[in-house]
Design a protein around this ligand. Sequence first.
Ligand SMILES: NC(=O)c1ccc[n+]([C@@H]2O[C@H](COP(=O)([O-])OP(=O)(O)OC[C@H]3O[C@@H](n4cnc5c(N)ncnc54)[C@H](O)[C@@H]3O)[C@@H](O)[C@H]2O)c1
Length: 246
Amino acid sequence: MQHHLADRVAWITGAASGIGAATAKRFAAEGAKLALTDINPEALDAIAAEIGGDVFTMTGDVSKKDDTVAAGRAIEEHFGKIDVLICNAGINRDTFAMKMSEDKWDLVLNINLKGTFLCCQAAFPAMMRNKFGRIVTTASVGALGNPGQANYSASKAGVIGLTKTLAIEWARYNITANCVAPGATMTPMLAGVPDKVKDEMLKGIPLGRFGTPEDIAAAHLFFCSPDAGYVSGQVLFIDGGMTTGA
Ligand SMILES: NC(=O)c1ccc[n+]([C@@H]2O[C@H](COP(=O)([O-])OP(=O)(O)OC[C@H]3O[C@@H](n4cnc5c(N)ncnc54)[C@H](O)[C@@H]3O)[C@@H](O)[C@H]2O)c1
């Protein structure tokens, strides 16, 4: 069997749950060496133990520069390089815009947008030195606008602009930057949505089901595989057709 990520060192943020954990497992199966980070140490250890082998783990907050710089340095020290960065950590704190507190705005923008920026910056020196990098960020169908998600939507739209900019600025170092934009995906994040809202969401999905974390992991793999060497600055919606407007 061909391993698409043989010997690639992959840093995955928010790896302790949902999409990040599924991507870690898929990447391990594809031969990658894993550096997994998350703010939740117990859940992170559990995923690393499930995967087994030489999995490097580190606890940290993507919205804190000290944490991201320390993670980037520690991963490069441990494995000697960083080939892949999956910026997956993210949160939502939904409230209608009129009533949204400044705290909820700041928290979501800091983790989803600034956190993505800081991790890219932290991985950059290692990628630049090696003249190789594959960065995949995480937007959402919510980037197109969604009631109750002014903070989340703005953060995810910002991630798209950031990703396209990095695709231009860092191309000279053979670093690609692409973005996955999941639709409603069955993870703890979606589990928090009331059943009535989920029933309504399903009606807007032509494929008639929610996404799985593995659906998104497959897109992560594509962007980091040799087949995507000429793909950069792209946003891939993985949403069962939700954003067709059907
Ligand atoms: N599930 C969906 O329907 C959906 C849809 C679109 C986009 N997304 C995006 O996909 C990504 C993964 O979401 P998920 O559904 O797997 O969620 P999840 O809640 O299952 O996992 C998110 C992980 O990020 C970690 N995390 C949270 N804050 C952090 C911080 N400050 N620093 C480091 N780690 C932190 C959490 O501990 C958790 O392990 C997020 O960026 C999310 O916005 C999810």
